[in-house]
Design a protein around this ligand. Structure first.
Ligand code: FAD
Length: 570
């Protein structure tokens, strides 16, 4: 092969990009090139040490994107972490392995994505997984349980409970506490129902006690040896290049680490897997997006697709902390998890619950109009309202989990974090330059945290529920002084001030190039193909149409596996 011509070019060797690279190069029939801005982190202890969560933040392998000042959250700017390495964000994430709640994936088909249901995605969850079942002794010591039928055993991604998770009474105490507030033990959070309290597994290679990131799972064991796969590290993609007069990609323009430019050709397709904050930027740089934005930067319009960069979603995270009464040590892992539903947040106060859900329902039309006018009607208010109502039904009719709470100890303190799983707030990400290199450096990232006012209320209810757990026996016997937010925070307005002032992004950014019908502001079709193009796909968190409960990576691996399969069936 010509060193500058490949069948497939994949931009971004991250979580999804390496699934695509592995599967498309597997048969040897097609040549595949991965362009990755970062380098290999196989020997970086901030990556492979499963206890080192956070050590990579702010280092060279963290893009550390900045948001624009958040208008509904004290005008503060926030940092969004994202991995710049072979393996992408899977090299710096929390490794939690939790799938979606089943009706959420069914909602993708309901929204117009034919073929995307929980049961069609299920085989791909299993295909990507290599479950390391705990031994009977481990199960007793770690208090974990699982359901054998809910797991895959032959896939690339090792999933299990790390050695650090052993021998603690903490999950027993938490389990009794959550039973007292109405949450039951969940045997396995990965079977499509996460509700209750549990100890979830991690993406970890238990035998070697190392993080199982996308490179360790999908690249090093097999793909690295494939003759049909090339990986260019430390190389940045700037934009897609087009054939004359047609929306057919001919290749990609790249910048090498020494600053020189090159054009690499794609015979079949260009696949963008640069992540939810970057793939839409690359589309805009390549002439695909809203004419209003492209014209502003003098970029020739290849496809008029105003949904590009719209619909960006994330979650918000706050933490509670207590001193420990007496002598108690537990391990540091953050895998003790509670998933309450919206009605469970209200305990037995059905009147307060009813009045809150009707407030949410009646606030949605005005918010849909607000988002539509902000995005220049890329998605109409009516279509936004339809998707907001679907999300409302998931929360109210299907009672999917409304929040996640995780518990751990740090020194002589008890800590927890909580986040609303399905906020309604929608933002955007767009270019601020036509020429900056890397293109990533020039983006206006605006998640619009808390722009839907009831999102603040829900995050406050979750915080109060979190405190309720610390005030319930047997956990209350361990919890001493509340350090965060502190006992003086009691009224709703105090909670909401504290919540907005102290939250951090939850780093589950997605949906910025959504898989939805084109008429509804969608950017890609149900095979990941960008509307209006002949051979460009997006396969990463950008295309996930609605936020999922659980954590994103398990679902992203399954989505990429399914798209790779669909491509090879055609
Ligand atoms: P990425 O994995 O980010 O891949 C994008 C790749 O593209 C990167 O390697 C990047 O360097 C590369 N790239 C970008 N621009 C260019 C360019 N112009 N040219 C070439 N290459 C480029 N999920 C979980 O399931 N469990 C967790 O515990 C969890 N914790 C998290 C903790 C943190 C701090 C963060 C940030 C995220 C966490 N997530 C977690 C979310 C999850 O990790 C991400 O949603 C997921 O990894 C995103 O995958 P992706 O394929 O969309 O993008």
């Amino acid at each position: 092969v010509d060193a500058l011509t490949y069948d497939y070019i994949i931009v971004g060797g991250g979580t999804c990009g390496l699934v695509m690279a592995n599967r498309l190069s597997q048969s040897g029939a097609s040549s595949v090139l991965v362009i990755e801005a970062g380098s290999s982190v196989l020997n970086n202890s901030a990556v492979f040490d499963p206890t080192a969560y956070g050590a990579a933040f702010g280092s060279a392998i963290d893009w550390a994107f900045k948001t624009v000042p958040q208008a509904a959250a004290d005008q503060k700017t926030h940092t969004l972490r994202a991995g710049k390495a072979l393996g992408g964000t899977s090299t710096i994430n929390g490794m939690s392995y939790v799938r979606a709640q089943s009706p959420q994936i069914d909602a993708w088909q309901q929204a117009g994505n034919t073929g995307w249901t929980w049961s069609s995605l299920w085989p791909y969850y299993l295909k990507s997984e290599s479950f390391q079942a705990p031994s009977a002794v481990d199960m007793i010591q770690t208090h974990v349980t699982y359901s054998a039928a809910e797991h895959g055993y032959n896939g690339p991604v090792k999933v299990g409970w790390s050695v650090e998770q052993s021998n603690s009474t903490y999950p027993v105490i938490l389990n009794e506490t959550f039973q007292a507030v109405g949450l039951q033990w969940n045997t396995d959070t990965n079977g499509g129902d996460e509700r209750g309290f549990s100890v979830y597994p991690l993406m970890v290679d238990r035998e070697n006690n190392v993080r199982e990131d996308a490179a360790r799972a999908y690249y090093y064991p097999s793909a690295a040896k494939a003759k049909s796969l090339a990986v260019w590290l430390n190389t940045t993609a700037n934009k897609i290049l087009w054939k004359r007069g047609a929306p057919t990609a001919s290749g990609v323009q790249v910048t090498f680490s020494n600053g020189s430019l090159a054009e690499v050709r794609a015979k079949k397709e260009v696949i963008l897997s640069a992540g939810a904050l970057i793939s839409p930027i690359l589309l805009e740089r390549s002439g695909i997006g809203s004419p209003t934005i492209l014209n502003k930067y003098g970029i020739d319009i290849v496809v008029d697709l105003p949904g590009v960069g719209e619909g960006l979603q994330d979650q918000v995270n706050n933490g509670l902390g207590y001193t420990i009464e007496g002598n108690f040590t537990a391990n540091g892992s953050k895998t003790f998890v509670a998933y309450p539903t919206l009605s469970q947040l209200f305990s037995n106060d059905s009147e307060a619950y009813d009045s809150f859900i009707s407030k949410v329902k009646s606030s949605l039309p005005a918010y849909a109009s607000q988002v539509a006018s902000r995005n220049n009607n890329a998605t109409s208010a009516a279509d936004l309202l339809t998707s907001f109502n679907m999300q409302y039904d998931l929360l109210v009719k299907f009672q999917v989990p409304a929040a996640e709470l995780i518990f751990y100890t740090s020194g002589q303190t008890l800590q927890s974090q909580h986040w609303t799983l399905l906020p309604f707030s929608r933002g955007s990400v767009h270019i601020t330059s036509a020429t900056a290199s890397p293109p990533n450096a020039a983006a206006a990232i605006d998640p619009q945290y808390f722009s839907f006012a009831p999102d603040v209320d829900v995050q406050v209810f979750v915080g109060e529920f979190n405190r309720l757990a610390f005030h319930t026996q047997p956990l209350s016997d361990l919890a001493g002084t509340e350090q965060s937010p502190g006992a003086s925070t009691t009224s709703a307005s105090q909670w909401s001030r504290w919540t907005k002032k102290n939250f951090r992004p939850n780093y589950h950014v997605m949906s910025s190039a959504a898989m939805l019908p084109r008429s509804k502001g969608g950017v890609v079709d149900p095979t990941g193909k960008v509307y209006g193009t002949n051979n460009v796909r997006v396969v990463d968190a950008s295309i996930v149409p609605f936020q999922v409960c659980g954590h994103l990576t398990s679902t992203l691996y399954a989505v990429a596996e399914r798209i790779a399969d669909l491509m090879q069936q055609n």
